[in-house]
Design a protein around this ligand. Structure first.
Ligand SMILES: [Zn+2]
Length: 172
């Protein structure tokens, strides 16, 4: 039986698949409150020519969430990302009050969720976060392997080499 975490990660993976289909880095994100998806997004503008490091899935989802649900207590939100959040997204979500993060595939190159908060300034040092990794990892890994076969973003990077060296187990 599929766990609740897996159910929401499947929704994030759907977003990642749509990003991949559009030639974008395959990262998807859904934000959940009270057992329901309250925002969803995928990576935009990772493709050559229009590339920026702002339109990450989490930032887009968060912008939608605060616009559409300004009264929602973000401390009740769980974020599901198909790739470990980067430093920008993680810090942005922390500053916004989000404390619970679930992701599928580890970002060995640019992941930010291992940030030692206790070593930072007061605001961050007092934060208590809940982290859960490797939920549907193989599904997400598979999308990144697809991407790195042809994509130009982060090609030949540590993340690309690590990703292509992983073995995806065949589905029964
Ligand atoms: Zn990010």
């Amino acid at each position: 039986m599929m766990s609740e975490h897996e159910q929401f990660m499947h929704a994030a993976l759907d977003e990642a698949r749509q990003a991949l289909a559009g030639g974008e880095f395959p990262v998807g994100c859904v934000m959940v409150a009270d057992g329901r998806i309250v925002a969803r997004a995928r990576r935009c503008n990772s493709a050559e020519g229009q590339r920026n490091e702002i339109d990450h899935a989490e930032v887009i989802a968060l912008r939608r969430l605060v616009a559409e649900r300004p009264d929602l207590d973000l401390g009740t939100v769980t974020v599901y990302s198909t790739l470990e959040p980067c430093l920008m997204c993680y810090a942005t979500m922390l500053l916004s009050g989000i404390r619970t993060f679930v992701w599928a595939y580890e970002d060995v190159m640019g992941g930010g969720a291992n940030l030692p908060l206790y070593m930072l300034n007061t605001l961050y040092a007092q934060m208590r976060v809940h982290l859960l990794d490797r939920v549907l990892r193989e599904e997400s890994l598979h999308l990144f392997q697809e991407f790195f076969r042809t994509g130009t973003y982060w090609q030949d990077s540590l993340l690309a080499r690590y990703t292509m060296a992983q073995t995806v187990q065949a589905k029964p």
